[in-house]
Design a binder for this molecule. Sequence first.
Ligand SMILES: [Zn+2]
Length: 811
Amino acid sequence: MSPQLSRRTLLAGSAAVGVAATLPVALPAAAAARPDAGVSAYAFPLTAVRLLTSPFSANAGRTQSYLQFLDINRLLHTFRLNVGLSSTATACGGWESPTTELRGHSTGHYLSALAQAYASTGDASYKTKGDSIVTVLAQCQARAATAGFNTGYLSAFPESFIDRVEQRQSVWAPYYTLHKIMAGLLDMNLLAGNAQALTVLTGMASWVKFRNDRLTQTQRQNMLDTEFGGMNEVLTNLYQLTGDAAHLAAAQQFDHAEIFDPLASNVDSLNNYHANTQIPKIVGAIREFHATGTTRYRDIAVNFWDIVTKHHTYAIGGNSNGEYFKAPDRIASELSDTTAECCNVYNMLKLTRQLFLTNPARADYMDFYEKAVYNQTLASQDPSSAHGFQCYYVPLRAGGIKTYSNDYNSFVCCHGTGMESNTKYGDSIYFHDGGSTLYVNLFIPSVLTWAARGVTIRQDTSFPEAGSTKLTVTGAGAFTMRIRIPAWASGAQIRVNGTVFSSPAAGAYATVTRTWASGDVVDVTLPMALTREAANDNSNVQAVKVGPIVLGGLFGTSNLTALPVLDPTSLTATTTPLQYTANGVTLAPFYKVHGQRYSVYWSITGSTLVANYPFDGSPADVSGNGRTATVYSAAYVAGRSGNALDLNGSTGYAALPGGILAGATNFTVALWVRLDTVTSWSRLFDFGTGTGAYMFLTPRSSTGTARFAITTGGSGGEQRIDAPSALPAGAWTHVAVTRSGNLGVLYVNGGEVARNAALTISPAALGNTTQNWLGRSQYADPYLDGALDNVRVYSRALSASEVSTLASSGT
Ligand SMILES: [Zn+2]
């Protein structure tokens, strides 16, 4: 739904925005009623971006072939029958069969895909097909009364399905299906200039409000327990287009309090909720923020995104097992043949894109977009199918294999969203700020026509097979490029016309401002390191990545019964880009893995180093596990070696990722500290979930000495190791605490100072800790005043000599 909104924004935007005569598709004369509130970036219309040859254009081409192939009369068969019109077409199968309660949804997806294909390519045949469908849908809607339905009703199933959902009788998801049709009509209006589509859509919207106005608030909220797609989104988008407040009122009748209320408080209660029922509601919430400026809607969306991407998302960017959200951080424990439903990632990408428009300063939005679009969206279409057949789930159990839809006998939800995803790859590569700033977000070969500035930007790249991209400007003028430097791209470099311009930080936007001349070239080098991403709930279960690209292990016909074991030191690059071998197994980019069994996750052997933070000017984890810390109110100062993280004693701390020692029975935490002030109960580290379950190390407890404690029963249940003295101020001090079996040992400056042989509580007993802090307590204790350096976390107990070596080496 987003591309047309950007067009509306363009039409409503600054006078600088115009339409170049060279654009292959004329923009429709859509109304431009309401600008979006709370956005500071804007999309280019799909018509402004053309894909060059890449895996994305190949996917798009297959889907376009399918759109051309489909017989519209077969898709309209049940619509016609529903209102007593004759149809001799062969009925579709699968979820479009005449007896399936979801019938008609694919026609909506098809309309969106046709509109997007038309805008993306300029090929009028897509519009012609879409126009023909809209004509028939208008005929069907006009016969609503004749068929015994209320005015404006349009569907391939009778209106009695709506009676059933209102009365809480068994029915699949009628509003879900109507949402697809409404969204398809809106796309045909905004992307293909079909005025009749808007007329039909406003008729449907009026019918929706008529139905819901008859219900009490309680009846409406109960009805919302049944999946309804993004009804709030499409009605809000219609409000933004028409300015008719009735459409916003209708949208807000679909605000589902049971889902919105906890999210507004940033509470994760998603466990056991059907994932793709919820995500579109949140896409609706961010659009309701853009339409109303009500920040509660924005908070719901931002909180949901943070919760889902950090606590419910697999390495490929998808979520859900058996279509349901699970308890937070369950990843390794939820690997099956029905993981990562593709509709979910389609909707998460829509949400991510809207959040980027809301806050384009956050580079992590588009980092996630990149992760998901390469490792799931691109990966879930069958490249051997001329028609772009689509996965429903992406199996993530070891030995899983992708399976796909077909021409006429599938029509599952993901087949529909797949048609949409593969016809809009041009919609998130570039954005602008409404003035003179261009965002370059994705490294996909393409040409942007930036009509407002009178320039084109051509992006040539073989990324991700090579870690670089090249942007060539045609036309002239002063403007700024803001180029996303992904969090994975440490050591990036930008050259302008061959001369080094900057070495930008990873995980942020690099800015290049100049008065451009035609032919200017920006080269961006993006080093792609071989890394691993650990599952939140088991640090020994990891996926292998090169830059953002997840690798899959190729297992042919071997149906594995357990995770394959991988020693990361055995990974060996081959001459094929992004392809490795390890102990006889080939690993290839997961987006290229089709037609054989594979494993995305591995049981990692060898290293027990969970995380390693040198704090040399960044919160990066250099262990290879990718557990980047988040630093709050802290600075980098000269450290014991290199730099150190300086905490101010009042607000500064660092947060390590969730479940940092999840599943570990033995462990070591080793670090350097230089205290500026020895404050009782401040923390070197404190990993826990609150004041009930935690493990901490303080430089001075109330008994006046340093203490390690671990508990699953609050302060009364603590098991402790008390040092003979407090840690000193003003001197770099090495501290380590280890557990092996029930033996806990505390070391200071390389020597043992205390032990507890009855330390029966292990980190595993704490579960998936969510508050893993350096310098901050689970309690309202003082923050640490001092500097931390070379913080290491292991899932085994280092020996006394290993601790001594760390202390004597200064690292
Ligand atoms: Zn689906």
